[in-house]
Design a protein around this ligand. Sequence first.
Ligand SMILES: [Zn+2]
Length: 117
Amino acid sequence: MSKKRKVNIFLLVFGVVNLAWGVMTILSPTACWHGYCWDQSAYNIPLGIGISLLGLVMLLLSCRKGQRDYKKVFICPHCETALPLAEARDGMCPRCGTPMEPLEGFYERHPELKKQA
Ligand SMILES: [Zn+2]
């Protein structure tokens, strides 16, 4: 069982794009692109702020997902009790008091503990 930490690239990229787009909408409400011109000067401020806020929210969400790691599991090398980090007080095993280690890569560091099939 391997759980990979994922930074939400989708939200990060779209957050940056929306933020830039919103700022551009505020700064230059009239623009031409490949012969197609538009004029948003009547509503560029609320529109730009709205798009920027959307981008900001996406950025915040992407960062939060990257930082929070609810699934980080620790395991005791002595009795092999596995726990989420939040439940292992001070990183100690609640059953035998041994300092716990991250489950990720645990059996690579302790190949002798690997269960034989
Ligand atoms: Zn233990």
